[in-house]
Design a protein around this ligand. Structure first.
Ligand code: DX5
Length: 239
């Protein structure tokens, strides 16, 4: 049973990637992240095929579920997400993020996520145009614009994604689509988000911001990092 409530669409959300966390203590790390004030936690699910890295499956996420009440989102960087969608929902993920590049029938996959009771979201890699999601906006609560090529934390932010984020914001507002839940469509960015880059992404129109290595690098600790990133995003955000 999912324990957390979805975050309010349109508001600034600071979302940690758990990639830099101590994998030997992931449950405790989730509790620490919640304590630090994050709005949700992103699980970077990697299969070694869609991306050249391998991380965790639903059982690891399920083991961590009882340790935090915040929403879990599974970022499915996998070559064939369809057979395991239910397993990630059962593991306690309230949102599933499917890469447009990873499925043949994106419309059907996103509809299935909603049937399973989770919030559907779609991700696009840096080279994928926003047109790839133009006809599924009514099926998603969020679009993730990757600001690195997926597979690893600690990569450099690709600033040329900012016009793409702004164009997506225009596409969403011009479409009149209210999203899968009817409460609007968030834009998330993931990759290289730091104190130096978060302002550009938020100004372009991203309101959900994933940070891994930069968040964990704050000498003053995670709570300070979350607050600093939130403050910078709120100051810059333009829908
Ligand atoms: C890429 C991963 C990373 C991670 C965030 O596949 O999805 O983007 O979440 O990593 P940082 O914030 O270290 O770039």
């Amino acid at each position: 049973m999912n324990t957390s409530s979805p975050t309010a669409p349109g508001s600034i959300q600071i979302v940690p990637s758990v990639l830099p966390a101590d994998f030997a203590r992931l449950g405790d790390e989730c509790a620490v992240l919640e304590e630090a004030g994050v709005d949700r936690i992103q699980w970077d699910v990697m299969d070694g095929v869609f991306v050249p890295n391998l991380t965790f499956g639903p059982d690891v996420i399920a083991a961590c579920r009882p340790h935090a009440g915040v929403m879990f989102e599974a970022h499915l960087m996998v070559a064939d997400p369809d057979p395991m969608l239910g397993a990630y929902v059962d593991a306690g993920c309230e949102m599933l993020i499917v890469h447009a590049e990873s499925v043949t029938h994106l419309h059907r996959t996103l509809s299935r996520v909603a049937e399973l009771g989770a919030q559907p979201a779609v991700a696009i890699n840096p080279s994928t145009p926003i047109d790839a999601v133009a006809h599924v906006l009514d099926l998603v609560d969020m679009v993730l614009v990757m600001t690195v090529n997926p597979g690893f934390g600690g990569q450099a932010y690709i600033a040329t994604m900012e016009p793409k984020i702004a164009a997506l914001r225009q596409l969403i507002s011009g479409s009149g689509a209210a999203g899968a839940s009817g409460a609007g469509i968030d834009i998330e960015v993931d990759g290289g988000i730091s104190a130096e880059t978060i302002g550009g992404a938020a100004a372009a129109g991203a309101n959900v911001l994933v940070s891994g290595s930069a968040l964990y690098r704050y000498d003053e600790g995670l709570a300070h990092g979350v607050a600093d990133l939130r403050c910078r995003a709120e100051a810059a955000f333009r829908a």
